[in-house]
Write a protein that binds this ligand. Structure first.
Ligand code: ATP
Ligand code: MG
Length: 387
């Protein structure tokens, strides 16, 4: 394979190891992605050098996970996660190895990895070290465990979520579905934070509907009030975090699988901002979604553009909301053609001033063309006294 797409700094790190006499390879996701022409999200390197030897070799390092032998190396304008070849010891909690042991054998390091497509290494010479048929599986578009899938999922139940996540990202199928069905009950050993990461990657993938498979196979049982559900996905929304989580919530709510959306997202450790947007989106869509632009403008003024985009996305109305947002219409007090100071001159004060501004905003939301200073001031003067 050619290394043309590998950044010079990453090749530089491999060369430093080589010159110091340590074996070192690109490994895992970056090899997989490079082989299929995707841009890797991060660069992982495995090496025979021990963490302290890696630290001694490079000027700038951060000991990111020394217990697992991982050091982040900054070099030539890039960074890589460098991990010493290791073997994982027993897994008594179905999640993390009880102990890790360093080894000087690449084969051992590759065999601890989850899937064949993630268990390939590549050296500076561009040669791919593929002991488990990863390249064949890439060609056949299949997610296959390294070794016996039952054992691998019992060791670490997070791998079941990863199987669906990679299937969703890559458009592959999995050879491990039956084993996932047999081991799904172990999902409860996985920390919600880790489940959240995999769910989010799935939601942001080209195939967010794969979360449906996670539900169907029982991986989310601990979070749901009903699991015999069929989720319906609105098609193609932009791959934005809040939009996709909102669709996720809408699908679960429609299926009657979740009673309290906020509680559900919090139990999954979804971040607070996204949770609040989804809660608002669910509140908005509990009522019929406006069919006219004035209704959309009122909704945006009340809930904010982000929440309304989320809500719209779940009912297939995102393009209409985008059009309203792009129209330049005034949607909040900050863009009203008159200010509090203007109204003070007219003798308005305190709460009466606030109410007057709100009435003007309501008028402008109804008819954006009246957002002119003179028109609005005139309008106020013609009002029947309110306060
Ligand atoms: P991404 O594109 O999301 O970064 P990735 O394959 O690089 O995908 P990482 O989570 O960055 O995934 O992990 C890097 C590599 O470490 C994987 O490719 C795999 O070889 C190994 N790995 C990660 N998590 C596990 C796990 N739970 N069990 C076994 N191997 C794992
Ligand atoms: Mg990675």
């Amino acid at each position: 394979m050619d290394l043309l797409t590998v950044p010079a700094g990453i090749k530089g790190i491999l060369r430093c190891f080589q010159q110091a006499g340590y074996e070192a390879y690109l490994v895992g996701g970056c090899v997989r992605d490079t082989l299929i022409g995707r841009v890797p999200g991060d660069w992982d390197i495995c090496t025979a050098a021990l963490p302290e030897q890696t630290i001694a070799l490079f000027g700038r390092t951060v000991p990111t996970g020394l217990r697992h032998g991982t050091v982040t190396v900054f070099y030539g304008g890039v960074q890589a996660e460098v991990t010493t070849f290791r073997v994982d010891g027993g897994y008594s909690d179905h999640r993390r190895p009880d102990e890790v042991r360093f080894t000087d054998r690449l084969e051992e390091d590759l065999s601890r990895r989850d899937f064949t497509i993630n268990a390939m290494a590549m050296g500076l010479d561009g040669q791919v070290i593929d002991l488990f048929g990863g390249q064949d599986d890439l060609r056949q578009r299949v997610i296959r465990c390294v070794g016996d899938p039952d054992i691998r999922f019992q060791e670490d139940a997070l791998r079941m979520f990863r199987a669906f996540r990679f299937a969703a990202q890559l458009g592959f199928s999995s050879a491990a579905y039956n084993a996932i069905r047999r081991n799904a009950h172990l999902a409860r050993f996985v920390a919600p934070e880790r489940i959240c990461v995999e769910l989010e990657k799935t939601l942001l993938s080209p195939r967010p509907e794969f979360v449906q498979s996670m539900v169907r196979y029982g991986l989310l049982d601990a979070f749901l009030s009903r699991t015999d559900v069929s989720l319906v996905w609105n098609t193609a929304s932009p791959p934005e975090k809040a939009l996709r989580w909102a669709q996720f919530c809408a699908a679960f709510r429609a299926a009657g699988a979740v009673d309290d959306i906020g509680g559900f997202l919090r139990s999954l450790r979804v971040d607070g901002h996204t949770t609040r947007l989804c809660e608002k989106a669910m509140e908005i869509t509990a009522a019929p979604f406006p069919t006219d632009d004035a209704g959309l403008r009122r909704l945006i003024a009340r809930y904010g553009p982000e929440a309304v985009r989320c809500a719209a996305c779940t009912v297939g109305g995102l393009f209409r909301v985008e059009a309203v947002l792009a129209s330049g219409a005034c949607l909040d007090l900050a863009h009203l053609a008159v200010s509090g100071a203007d109204l003070q001159v007219l003798g308005y004060q305190g709460p009466a001033l606030g109410r007057a501004l709100q009435r003007l905003l309501d008028a402008v939301l109804e008819d954006p063309s009246c957002n002119h200073r003179e028109t609005l001031l005139q309008r106020l003067q013609q009002e029947v006294p309110h306060d």
